[in-house]
Design a protein around this ligand. Structure first.
Ligand code: ATP
Length: 245
């Protein structure tokens, strides 16, 4: 068996006195797509933030490519190739599209920055037409493409996409899923935190369901049938079924 790219071991996370994650363990294999599902407040974003170094672990550890990353600063983790696209996109709305891309490649060698920006624009040509436009004035879908372009300009090894489809019309969400799917086909390992449950499962190889801060269920995405979803997502699944799927 190959080593997992990401390994989360017995993770506890607290915000002050309130505990958000309890003994969470999961593994993400290289080249796979893993869907992390759960009701509002189940701890999905907390898991993503902790793995990417934005929130400290109270107990347990996170290994990325066999190296312990828990306790390291977020920027160092990013440099190892783990990129987190936070819910709400993580772009700079007051800056132009091109300046958003420049900032994303700012840590690269000077000689490699222009090439990285060109690569990002090749992925999403619409961004090329909107270079000078303020990012905050783009449509929701275009903003999400910019977030992905920023993440992919310097190809990461693992991308954690937190509710990228939130607030997007289904057809626009579909194109964002397509881009993630292409990134995955290109060899980038993907962790997908999603409200579009069935769409996420269609893309994913594996699935982890968080229930009130604990892993309720994990297994192959193909086995996360309706019975599992009903049992572990309950009302959340019904709500997304009627609105988002
Ligand atoms: P959503 O889908 O609503 O984003 P989620 O599954 O991502 O939910 P989290 O945002 O990780 O869940 O929240 C998990 C728990 O931690 C919730 O009870 C939430 O209220 C709490 N929490 C999240 N962020 C903070 C914070 N900065 N300070 C205190 N508590 C927080």
């Amino acid at each position: 068996m190959t080593e997992p790219l990401l390994s989360v071991e017995s993770l506890d996370v607290r915000y002050g006195t309130s505990q958000a994650l309890f003994d969470v363990s999961l593994q993400v294999n290289t080249g796979s797509v893993t869907a992390v599902l759960g009701a509002n407040g189940a701890g999905k974003s907390t898991l993503a933030r902790t793995v990417s170094g934005l929130v400290p672990a109270a107990a347990g550890r996170v290994l990325f490519d066999g190296q312990r990353v828990s306790g390291r600063p977020a920027q160092k983790i990013r440099k190892l190739g783990l990129t987190y696209i936070p819910e709400g996109r993580g772009i700079f709305p007051g800056l132009s599209v091109i300046d958003n891309l420049r900032m994303a490649v700012g840590q690269e060698k000077r000689s490699e920055r222009a090439g990285a920006i060109d690569r990002a624009i090749t992925l999403f040509p619409v961004l090329g037409q909107r270079r000078q436009q303020r990012a905050g004035s783009l449509s929701g879908g275009e903003q999400q493409m910019l977030a992905l372009a920023r993440a992919l300009a310097v190809p990461p090894r693992l991308i954690i996409a937190d509710e990228m489809s939130l607030g997007l019309a289904p057809i626009v969400a579909e194109s964002v899923f397509q881009s993630l799917s292409e990134a995955a086909r290109g060899g980038i390992t993907v962790v997908l935190i999603e409200q579009f449950v069935h769409r996420a499962l269609a893309l994913a190889d594996s699935c982890v369901i968080l229930t009130r801060g604990r892993v309720g269920w994990s297994g192959p995405a193909a086995e996360a049938g309706q019975e599992v979803l009903d049992r572990y997502l309950g009302e959340a699944e019904q709500a997304t079924n009627s609105t988002a799927v």
